[in-house]
Every structure is written in structure tokens, then in C-alpha cells.
Design a protein around this ligand. Structure first.
Ligand SMILES: Cc1cc2nc3c(=O)[nH]c(=O)nc-3n(C[C@H](O)[C@H](O)[C@H](O)COP(=O)(O)O)c2cc1C
Length: 176
């Protein structure tokens, strides 16, 4: 699980709170500046939600290698700068290396991308990744579940992420 420097750090925090199993966390340098501003949480509090924490510069970390197996990689929120790196195969940080490895190993990658409006460059990068099987999960809540709070809207997107990872939840009311 990675948190990058897009707005919407709360998506990453809620995912960490809701994900079952062993959770490994990497935050980009700019994410570490945005998280406290947007959530009021200290970095240590966010890191405490994970079982293991790696530095984004630590390319020796286990998740840097294809031989280290895990189920799914979430990047939430995901900046368009990170999307561009992933789409071009640049893997000079632990986050971009872990995503590149997941793509080459055929593992599930779910990106909660947040930017609007999107340029043709951003859309092309996202299309390129979608064609490699990456899930582009825009931070884009639906309203059919009748959200009553910002928290409900966040949980809609987080619930959609869990749906794609095959994890049961009751974070939003499904359409019947
Ligand atoms: C307060 C703040 C909010 C930002 N929000 C976004 C955003 O919503 N989407 C985005 O693509 N970039 C956003 N950016 C720009 C990214 O942080 C920037 O492109 C950075 O290089 C991303 O690096 P990273 O992906 O390694 O975290 C924001 C920057 C700041 C300072």
C-alpha cells in the first residue's frame, strides 16, 4: 500500500484502517507533507496502521523484488506524476519499483487517482496502465448510495477498492 502526494490522503488512511491481513506501507516524500495537512494525523499515527513501513528511497526493501509475494498493491491517493512514472516504467523509488514489479508479475494494482481536469497526457498514461490490467479507480464517489457525509463519500471509493480486491465490506450501500 502506498500513499503519494495527491490530495485525498484520507483515502489511504481509510484503506489502511479497513484492509485485512498484513499491510506494508510506503509514503512518498510529498505525501508525508500532505497527510498531516489534510487529515490532522501525524505520520507516526498513519504508519501505526500498517504492520511494516518502508522508506520510498529504500530500493532494497522486500517489496522491490518480484520473488517477494503479496496479493495486491494499492496506491491511494495516486498523483498523476506517479501515474506517469508507472506508465513509462520508471522505477527509481520504492513505490514505482513495487508497482512495476506487480505489473510484470501479473499482480493486482489499484490506483486511486485524484486529479481534475485531466490532460490528454494523464488520460493516455492511465489508458496505458489500464491496458496492462491496472485498475484506475478515480477518487470519484457515486451518489446512488445516498451519502450523508464526507466520510460516506470517502468510504464509497474505499469500498470500491475493496470490491476490486475481492474483500467483503459494508462501506457503502450497494444498488439493489
Ligand atoms: C497540497 C498539494 C496537493 C496536490 N494534489 C495533487 C493531486 O490531487 N493530484 C496530483 O496528481 N498531484 C497533486 N499534487 C502534486 C504532486 O504532489 C506532485 O506532482 C508530486 O511530484 C507527486 O509526487 P509523488 O507522486 O512521488 O508523491 C499536489 C501537491 C500539493 C503540494
Amino acid at each position: 500500500m502506498a500513499i503519494t502526494g495527491a490530495s485525498g490522503s484520507i483515502y489511504g488512511v481509510r484503506l489502511l484502517q479497513e484492509l485485512p491481513g498484513e499491510k506494508m506501507l510506503v509514503m512518498s516524500k510529498i505525501a508525508k507533507m500532505i497527510v498531516p495537512r489534510e487529515t490532522g494525523m501525524q505520520i507516526g499515527e498513519v504508519e501505526a496502521l500498517a504492520d511494516k513501513v518502508f522508506d520510498d528511497g529504500d530500493l532494497f526493501a522486500s517489496i522491490s523484488s518480484g520473488s517477494f509475494e503479496y496479493d495486491c498493491m494499492f496506491v491511494a491517493p495516486c498523483s498523476e506524476s506517479s501515474v506517469a512514472k508507472f506508465a513509462s516504467g520508471i522505477s527509481d523509488t520504492l513505490i514505482s519499483r513495487a508497482v512495476a514489479v506487480c505489473i510484470k508479475e501479473g499482480r493486482k494494482v489499484i490506483l486511486v487517482v485524484r486529479e481534475t481536469p485531466k490532460s490528454a497526457i494523464m488520460l493516455e498514461n492511465e489508458l496505458k496502465l489500464a491496458r496492462c490490467g491496472v485498475v484506475i479507480m478515480d477518487a470519484n464517489p457515486g451518489f446512488y448510495s445516498e451519502p450523508r457525509s464526507v466520510g460516506d463519500m470517502v468510504d464509497f471509493v474505499v469500498g470500491k477498492c475493496l470490491d476490486r480486491a475481492g474483500i467483503d465490506h459494508d462501506l457503502y450501500k450497494k444498488w439493489e
